[in-house]
Design a protein around this ligand. Sequence first.
Ligand code: TMP
Length: 214
Amino acid sequence: MGYFITFEGIEGCGKSTQIVRLAASLRQQGYTVRTTREPGGCPLADAMRRILLDPKSSELVPRAELLLYAAARAQHVAEVIRPALTADEIVLCDRYIDATVAYQGMGRGLDLALIHELNRLASDGVTPDLTLLLDMPVETGLDRARQRNGADNDAEGRFEAESFAFHQRIRDGYLQLAADEVRFCRIEAQGTIDEVEQRITAAVEDFLQAGQTP
Ligand code: TMP
């Protein structure tokens, strides 16, 4: 089996940029790397992503939203993540089960036991080996996300439009998860892109050197 590394954090924390950089660096070291993201990662889950993130989906009720994230995940795990891990690849995934705990659980206030149950169902036993939480204050992340979305990404602005308190609950939820689960590593996400990349590289090297190189 390969290694499954997930990236989590609030809006605008810089995950996507850092995933590209980490993938390039691991490939240079000879690893086979698959980058993917949630919601999405395969055509059917991408179709669900469009519904989930479209600002026109404001009528989506929280329970329907939760089920769509779970459905997209089940498809993504079966089509992409499990086959890549079975082929000994390193999978770098932009968000996964913890996003559902943070956003639908802490953010929307849905029942956490139900969310864990749905995460178990959708992930079908595929759990991250390492989860990097890119942590920064909500003010900083939202400023960055709004600049980005204003520029080129209008169809994906639904969560940026939520209240500051919603995003604060998500950050707090992630920090709580990071404190509770050993697979988490909190990365300080303020600073230059190069500085954050160095922190991530160090964390991933530690992980791979801990006797777990494929
Ligand atoms: P992204 O902007 O990092 O690509 O993530 C897409 C949005 O989907 C982001 O606002 C977080 C949200 N999301 C959830 O609410 N629950 C989930 O389970 C996942 C995977 C993402």
